[in-house]
Design a protein around this ligand. Structure first.
Ligand code: NAI
Length: 354
């Protein structure tokens, strides 16, 4: 393990470069902040061209987790780990056991869970080497397992706040364009349907789109048409960087509120949204439901505690909108300012740990 490799907007506390020739592990763990508790954030498995690209992704994601966790008022710091997907055949169990031993060496400074490319099974493998892991198979009525329904609920409550803010109404009768109908997107569609919203959806896997169309009466459009769909709200629930300075002109929605991490390709894209009077709900404020569930599992909180904290996503978003109004900042910059202020000043979470 080595010292930090790079600095971002708000520098990380530590960056650990990991390798293990026996298992083929090539990975990095970034502790962005441990001020409020162990640096928590999922483990991503992805194929990177080189270590520099892997580090860059991990640093960016860890900073995002620090902001997400502090804004969600969790007793957690922010961190992330990334494993470079080995080329060719490899022993997955051996790889995650080696990774688990590296996490154990950090003695609880970093807590991992699922992210893109990892599963409950991988977390169970890590758990054979270290207790500093969540996203395990749920035990009885306790929180755990797939966090997506909680993420969807947080996005839904946030969208209600954004609709009230922008249109002065609830979601009934509004049209929402949902991009991506995976774990979060499909659960969000169910909540929106129950709330009386009209759905327009796009998904690269046709069967998922057909399923949502038949269950919730959604109109299906092609993935290339969803961004410019005639709608009130655009909800990106697929991949990041969907809104760029170039493609925002095509957007018809007056509100953007979705689960995807890093929806804005750049900060400038957020500025352009604000100039065009499109209300942007900062992603890491609205999509914290999953990490709230992970936090609850790790600390042994109840499901009702999770529910209360996820439902409060809407109120936390309202605070960001108020700060944006008071300061004249665009919402994404207002959220960053609030998060950095909390991290820098060390202001304690206002919701006490259970
Ligand atoms: P998922 O992988 O289950 O679903 C994503 C879906 O998007 C897939 O069905 C995929 O086929 C579809 N898709 C990919 N490219 C597309 C495109 N161009 N147009 C339309 N559909 C496309 O992922 P999940 O778990 O639903 O997460 C969705 C997003 O929310 C991701 O960006 C994830 O990082 C983020 N997120 C998820 C959380 C969770 O609890 N699952 C927590 C916080 C953020």
């Amino acid at each position: 393990m080595q010292a930090p490799v790079a600095h971002l907007t708000f520098p990380p506390e530590a960056v650990y470069q990991l390798s293990d020739s026996d298992s083929g592990l090539e990975a990095v763990i970034v502790l962005h902040s441990t001020r409020f508790g162990p640096a928590a954030g999922g483990c991503r498995v992805w194929r990177y061209e080189n270590r520099q690209a892997m580090n860059h992704d991990a640093l960016r994601l860890a900073e995002g987790m620090a902001y997400k966790n502090v804004m969600a008022e969790l007793p957690l710091g922010g961190g992330k780990s990334v494993i470079n997907l080995p080329i060719g055949d490899f022993d997955r169990s051996k790889l995650f056991r080696a990774f688990g031993r590296k996490i154990q060496e950090l003695k609880g400074q970093y807590v991992t869970a699922e992210d893109v490319g990892t599963s409950v099974r991988d977390m169970e493998t890590i758990h054979t080497e270290t207790p500093f892991v969540a996203g395990l198979t749920p035990k009885g009525d306790l929180p755990g397992g797939d966090p997506s329904p909680w993420t969807a609920l947080g996005v839904f409550k946030s969208m209600q706040t954004a609709a009230r803010y922008k249109f002065g109404s609830d979601l009934a009768g509004l049209s929402v364009a949902v991009q991506g109908l995976g774990h979060v997107g499909s659960a969000l569609c169910e909540l929106l349907h129950q709330a009386g919203a009209r759905l327009i959806v796009a998904e690269t896997q046709a069967t998922l789109a057909a399923n949502v169309a038949s269950k919730f009466g959604a109109e299906v459009v092609s993935p290339s048409a969803i961004l410019s769909a005639q709608c009130d709200v655009f909800a990106p629930c697929a991949m990041g960087a969907v809104l760029t300075s170039e493609n925002i002109a095509a957007l018809k929605a007056r509100v953007v509120c979705g689960a995807a991490n890093n929806i804005l390709a750049t900060g400038e894209a957020g500025d352009i949204l604000a100039e065009r009077d499109v209300l942007y709900a900062p992603d890491y404020v609205v999509n914290a439901g999953g990490i709230i569930n992970v936090c609850a599992e790790y600390f042994g909180w109840s499901v009702s505690e999770v529910n209360g904290r996820v439902v409060a996503s809407g109120e936390r978003l309202a605070q960001v909108f108020r700060h944006a109004e008071e300061t004249g900042l665009a919402p994404h910059r207002a959220a960053d300012a609030l998060a950095r202020g909390k991290l820098a000043l060390g202001s304690r979470a206002t919701v006490a740990a259970a």
